[in-house]
Design a protein around this ligand. Structure first.
Ligand code: FNR
Length: 188
């Protein structure tokens, strides 16, 4: 009953709060989850001229990491009330070719963190919209909208250690597994 989960962080920076949320999720995740991390930094800007000559290797690997996954977890910041460009760019690559995209009917869950107050709600709404375009199965909730994330870290290690946030992440992960299993059972 192993589950393959592909994890995407929408921030490229090393000290990313969102990456720390992903790390906390990884520690909370059930032992039978095998989590693969994706590096968006090597994915070039989408260009149909490049695509028509064949996907660049980082794009091939990115699509493959989604194809093999039972579920894909996206943890992303919000930039200017929306989805970070690097994440949108990667999802645009993955959306092609439209009729056989790896996003189609793939279970997704979205989470995000910000030092601000809005919890990345608008960014997550845009990610959801992008995935909807490709008929991905994005979990409706529970939502993970972590505001004031900088106040929820361990002072020494910098890891996310706010107890109620960790409990919420646990609920989110449990719900995501249930969400994934609904579709695994209906697969032909
Ligand atoms: C931000 N930030 C931000 N935060 C937010 O809650 N809503 C927003 O609209 C924006 N807009 C925004 C635009 C740009 C260009 C940057 C660089 C930043 C702040 C953002 O939440 C903060 O930088 C986080 O630390 C980014 O996430 P990581 O890299 O820590 O995961």
């Amino acid at each position: 009953n192993k589950l393959t989960i592909t994890a995407i962080c929408g921030s490229l920076r090393e000290g990313s709060f969102n990456r720390r949320v992903l790390k906390a999720m990884e520690e909370l995740a059930p032992k039978h989850w095998e989590i693969h991390h994706v590096d968006l930094s090597t994915i070039p800007l989408f260009n149909s001229d490049i695509e028509s000559q064949g996907d660049p290797q980082p794009v091939v690997e990115f699509k493959e990491s989604i194809r093999i996954a039972d579920g894909v977890l996206i943890v992303t910041p919000e930039y200017n009330m929306g989805i970070p460009g690097v994440l949108k760019n990667a999802l645009d690559w993955a959306s092609r070719p439209g009729k056989s995209s790896v996003l189609i009917e793939k279970p997704f869950a979205i989470a995000g963190a910000t030092p601000g107050g809005g919890g990345t709600a608008q960014s997550q709404a845009q990610v959801r919209q992008t995935l909807l375009a490709m008929n991905a199965y994005t979990m409706p909730g529970p939502k993970v909208l972590i505001g004031s994330v900088h106040e929820k870290l361990n002072e020494t290690t910098g890891e996310l250690d706010d107890e109620s946030t960790l409990r919420h992440l646990q609920r989110f992960l449990t719900a995501f597994e249930e969400w994934i299993l609904v579709f695994k059972q209906t697969q032909k």
